[in-house]
Design a protein around this ligand. Structure first.
Ligand SMILES: *[C@@H]1O[C@H](CO)[C@@H](O)[C@H](O)[C@H]1NC(C)=O
Ligand SMILES: *[C@@H]1O[C@H](CO)[C@@H](O)[C@H](O)[C@H]1NC(C)=O
Ligand SMILES: *[C@@H]1O[C@H](CO)[C@@H](O)[C@H](O)[C@H]1NC(C)=O
Ligand SMILES: *[C@@H]1O[C@H](CO)[C@@H](O)[C@H](O)[C@H]1NC(C)=O
Length: 413
């Protein structure tokens, strides 16, 4: 067994990583001038939003299969009031993330605040399994782990997101909204619109930050390891969590070792999200790091990771692979069915970059040509921009959010 880990780690290491991994001399948390308030690491999203003077609402929905999901809403900007017909911006987080990621940087920096101040009614979804949606009518996430965590992003896409969207539209009396997704929040958008095409009509436009559909060319060492180990699955599950995704610190540390300096970066080196996606010190506001670490990882099912791992291996964008017999039973075919990107006919704008471990340019280009209604793809004007910078990058408002908002404004004219 030990031999197997070492062999896997060597294999992954040998495949190398050409990205900039300049994370030495990183953090002197005490030297910052504008320090974030350490309390923010522990506040829940509604308390955080309220603390900074914004109106917040919490809504729960029970999905058709019993998950209790939480939506967070900022109905208007600071010093504004809500009026009917205010355009809706629905924001869907990525893997291991939550609504927290859009408010953690604070007013004038976090996407949720910027959207609210720009005139939008902001709704943030929380997918099943994250800390705000780790709840079910009849299943307990710990005592009934096998049943509770038996989902991938397919279920998030065909159940959670459409049911949250219906709730938002019903609550506001509107018929359409803007959808902004990050990472897995883009995957779930494409799947929703292809598997339940009637939802295309409910979307004014969708903005993909770090689009994820095809995964063949991604370079994340952790995901690569999982995809390589998919054959020895039982062994791997012991390391990353059988049902709920919870890799041990020791395992994560081993994977991040090639690029992490353990003396300075211990928390980053063992944080699942950073190990998965990498770390870009140029865009990281050091005083925010402890706050970010307080809010992520926010929880996910192991199956979500395994499903992505299958995509890396197969090169397809398709439903979960249950093996020959399982597929025959579930889909009536040997292979899982592909998602039909042509059916995504809502207008889509893609934002991507060249130092993103998960969203590789080649894969984005393929997605762009296959989607039913691609409007534009925009390369972020920073060669080192990485997957997580869309949420917390110092220049995210300037390089990404303002562009999204100006496109939205044009569409409202
Ligand atoms: C870093 O974060 C702190 C706390 O939110 C904020 O006051 C400061 O302006 C941020 N710095 C940059 C460069 O964004
Ligand atoms: C869903 O969860 C929320 C928050 O914990 C709780 O207040 C609510 O009662 C739950 N809804 C149902 C129907 O169980
Ligand atoms: C919202 O849903 C309720 C209950 O399902 C329904 O009665 C109502 O007409 C809906 N409102 C709108 C604006 O769609
Ligand atoms: C980490 O790697 C060391 C060898 O380099 C190995 O002994 C240990 O079992 C590994 N730990 C995990 C959790 O994979």
């Amino acid at each position: 067994m030990l031999f197997y880990t070492v062999a896997l780690l060597l294999l992954v290491g040998a495949q190398g990583n050409t990205h900039e991994l300049d994370i030495q001399n990183l953090i002197d948390l005490s030297s910052a001038e504008d320090s974030a308030d350490p309390e923010d690491a522990h506040l829940l999203v509604p308390d955080l939003i309220e603390k900074y003077g914004y109106t917040v609402e919490v809504h729960n929905i029970i999905t058709s299969d019993g998950y209790n999901l939480t939506l967070h809403r900022i109905p208007h900007g600071i010093d504004q009031t809500y009026s009917e017909g205010r355009p809706i911006a629905y924001v869907q987080h990525g893997l291991l993330c939550s609504s927290a990621d859009w408010v953690v940087p604070g007013p004038e920096k976090g996407l949720a605040y910027i959207l609210a101040d720009a005139g939008y009614d902001v709704w943030m979804g929380n997918a099943r399994g994250n800390r705000y949606s780790r709840k079910h009518n009849t299943l307990d996430p710990d005592d009934d782990a096998k049943e509770f965590w038996d989902f991938s992003w397919h279920e998030i896409a065909v159940i959670d997101v459409p049911e949250m969207i219906d709730f938002v539209l019903n609550k506001t009396g509107q018929s359409k909204l803007f959808h902004i997704g990050h990472s897995q929040g883009t995957t779930t958008f494409y799947i929703m619109c292809s598997e339940r095409p009637e939802y295309n009509d409910k979307i004014i436009a969708h903005f993909s930050l770090a689009p994820i559909a095809y995964m063949k060319h991604m370079t994340s060492p952790l995901l690569k390891l999982i995809s390589v180990a998919e054959g020895g699955i039982e062994f791997l599950l012991g390391l990353i969590g059988m049902h709920e995704f919870m890799p041990t610190d020791g395992f994560l540390h081993n994977i991040s070792k090639p690029w992490c300096d353990e003396s300075v970066l211990q928390p980053v080196c063992t944080n699942t999200l950073f190990v998965l996606c990498g770390f870009n010190k140029n865009q990281m506001n050091n005083t925010l790091l402890p706050i970010i670490l307080g809010h992520t990882p926010a929880g996910a099912a192991t199956k979500q990771l395994l499903h992505y791992a299958q995509e890396i291996k197969s090169g397809f964008f398709r439903q979960y692979d249950h093996g020959l017999i399982g597929n025959q039973k579930k889909y009536g075919s040997i292979f899982p069915p592909n998602y039909k990107l042509k059916k995504v006919v809502a207008p889509v704008y893609l934002f991507y970059s060249r130092n993103d471990w998960l969203s590789a340019e080649v894969d984005v280009n393929r997605l762009y040509t296959e989607l039913g209604n691609s409007q534009a793809k925009m390369l972020v004007a920073d060669p080192k921009w990485n997957h997580l910078d869309y949420m917390w990058g110092i220049d995210a408002p300037h390089l990404v959010y303002n562009k999204v908002i100006s496109l939205m404004e044009q569409l409202l004219l």
